[in-house]
Write a protein that binds this ligand. Sequence first.
Ligand code: ATP
Ligand code: MG
Length: 289
Amino acid sequence: MIEFRNVDYIYEPETPYEMHAVKNVSFTIEAGEFVALLGHTGSGKSTLIEHFNGLLKPSSGSVLFHGTDIFSKEVSMKEIRSKIGIVFQYPEHQLFESTVLRDVCFGPKNMGLSEEEQKERAKAALTSVGLDESYYEMSPFELSGGEKRRAAIAGVLAMEPEALILDEPSAGLDPRGRDEILGLIRKLWQERGLTVVLVSHSMDEAARYAQRVIVMHEGVKKFDGPTREVFTHAKELEEIGLGVPSTVRIFSMLRARGEAFPADIDELSVEGAAQALLTHVLHKEGGHV
Ligand SMILES: Nc1ncnc2c1ncn2[C@@H]1O[C@H](COP(=O)(O)OP(=O)(O)OP(=O)(O)O)[C@@H](O)[C@H]1O
Ligand SMILES: [Mg+2]
């Protein structure tokens, strides 16, 4: 669905501020995948996702949507922007209309839909993120942190995109707000068959939600594979300051102490890890589960 071919991006080339932010990055994202894009601050995640819908043009290389270069003449950038929805880092800074409903209408309005269709789309999108009628006429500034993120997601969903790209949607929220927003994203992915790319700093978040992980380091793609497989590279991930999910770390510590666990335990989810530990302890005590 979305393909990056040898994408390079240089900010302010040939100036003293030149910054080579993305270096020769290639990958393909298939329709319906849930991918986590991980990496340290400054590793190039946001720069990379601004290429998904042509906000940035590669300094070299290309970005293809369903096999066509998004910068070729036959492609309408407006259409690309409605099909690939991006929720930016701290999206609350982008809520600017006087009411929540108007704000969510913004995308459909830009698509040239009638006022009636705009409202229909906006209301459906607000419902799907759990904001009911009582929110329509509120000012976006009256919303809580989590509600603002939901409204921003609704603004993108109202365009009925094929892919939802989210840049650190859980940043700055409390643990409950984080679980709520990520649970919502998972639900949208499951129920709508959306393609999701989730940018994150958190290994635990990626372990819990993503099927596949892409790891960026200093502009270079370091790892790309099924979540479980990528997290077997604990040493390399630690070397680039990322580490592995806390559940995976616990099991590797226990194994290092000589405790034996079956190979097929679910180390990536908190529930799976808890179950495996419980089984292990009860087994050692000779009990039953
Ligand atoms: N507009 C810009 N002009 C010049 N350099 C920039 C610009 N935006 C980002 N950079 C630089 O490009 C590199 C990659 O930045 P980017 O924002 O893509 O990283 P990131 O992985 O999203 O980081 P974070 O986790 O902090 O959001 C960094 O060194 C950053 O300072
Ligand atoms: Mg960023």
